[in-house]
Write a protein that binds this ligand. Structure first.
Ligand SMILES: [Mn+2]
Length: 338
């Protein structure tokens, strides 16, 4: 964000606005943390603001302060539509293409508001009047901190804001271990703790509130893991039947894909999850090092994301999808071969 853009944001926020803040569909910790963190900040400034999510999100994110005020577009459709149509300012957080918000896409496209994008994914679209895009950032939450800092508002970061932003940075960095974690990330985290982020409590609420059914589902996923040592690749499949048998709830498979990378020598991990309702296989890709899963997902699986973490989908069965996936690997021997 340059000086001019900061000044235009300051000018916008110096007047009363009707603000809507939107994260991507199937919001994760960074999406919920960043939208709620920004929401508290704007509300404390006296702005009329609301967070509208395209659909539901996992139980382990629902402790965040402000959660009760989030409007779910699927559940409170008319209220959400009204707020979007009346909005003068719309923030889109943790995504950069309006195709990432599902049913809400057409509402936002027809909205008569100024758009501000804050996001750290690659290849941003150009729908926003102000685009704050930085792919070097660990998380959108780190960007919201920086955004607030640029507005001269760091002193206005309350413990509510600190808790929300901490949660998003923690989840998007895999608890501060991914390559995107910088010394700057740790400085931001340190300041958030100083401002009241309850780090131990946040870790517990996100990572240590499993149900027995979820642990059994993890067991099933790990049993299904296929290890292709030759390609330094490991993948997991979960069918709809297996999900149903373990009382699957949204968010239950969060983090499963990363187990492949805990194997010595494995640098590419994938999970294929069947979704009968949507008629697709949802795919998550993770890598360590130079192998870009963003490129891989974009090229072969209608997706994208970051160099080391991306998503995609497939419209054929799990068996056909994994067969196709395995057939691609020999094309990447320069990156994957031992
Ligand atoms: Mn993110």
């Amino acid at each position: 964000m340059n000086f001019e853009e900061i000044n235009s944001v300051k000018a916008l926020l110096s007047k009363p606005q009707k603000i809507v803040i939107v994260p991507h569909k199937n919001p994760d910790g960074d999406a919920i943390g960043s939208t709620l963190g920004l929401w508290h900040f704007l509300k404390n400034m006296g702005q009329d603001a609301s967070v509208i999510v395209p659909n539901d999100y996992p139980r382990f994110l629902k402790w965040m302060p402000g959660n009760e005020d989030i409007i779910n577009f699927e559940r409170k459709n008319s209220e959400a539509k009204e707020r979007i149509s009346q909005a003068t300012l719309i923030f889109t957080l943790d995504f950069n293409h309006l195709g990432r918000i599902g049913q809400m896409q057409s509402e936002l496209e027809s909205a008569d508001a100024t758009f501000i994008m804050i996001d750290h994914h690659q290849e941003p679209a150009d729908y926003a009047q102000i685009t704050y895009s930085d792919v070097s950032m660990s998380s959108t939450c780190e960007m919201v901190y920086t955004f607030i800092e640029k507005l001269g508002g760091v002193q206005a970061i309350t413990s509510e804001i600190a808790n929300c932003l901490y949660a998003g940075i923690m989840t998007d960095t895999g608890s501060f271990k991914f390559a995107s974690t910088t010394s700057r990330t740790h400085r931001v985290i340190a300041d958030l703790i100083d401002k009241g982020a309850e780090n131990t409590k946040i870790h517990h609420q996100i990572y240590d509130t499993n149900t027995p059914a979820r642990l059994h589902l993890l067991g099933c996923a790990l049993k299904n893991m296929v290890i292709l040592e030759k390609f330094r690749t490991a993948y997991i499949t979960l069918s709809q039947e297996e999900l149903d048998a373990h009382e699957y709830k949204k968010g239950d498979t969060e983090g499963f894909v990363n187990y492949g990378l805990t194997l010595d020598g494995i640098i590419f991990a994938v999970i294929f999850i069947e979704n009968k309702e949507e008629g697709i296989i949802k795919i998550s890709f993770r890598s360590v090092g130079d192998f870009s899963v963003n490129e891989f997902a974009r090229k072969h699986f209608q997706g994208g994301g970051h160099d080391n973490a991306a998503g995609g989908k497939s419209d054929v069965s799990i068996a056909e999808t994994t067969k196709f996936f395995e057939s691609l690997l020999p094309n990447y021997t320069d990156k994957l071969w031992i």
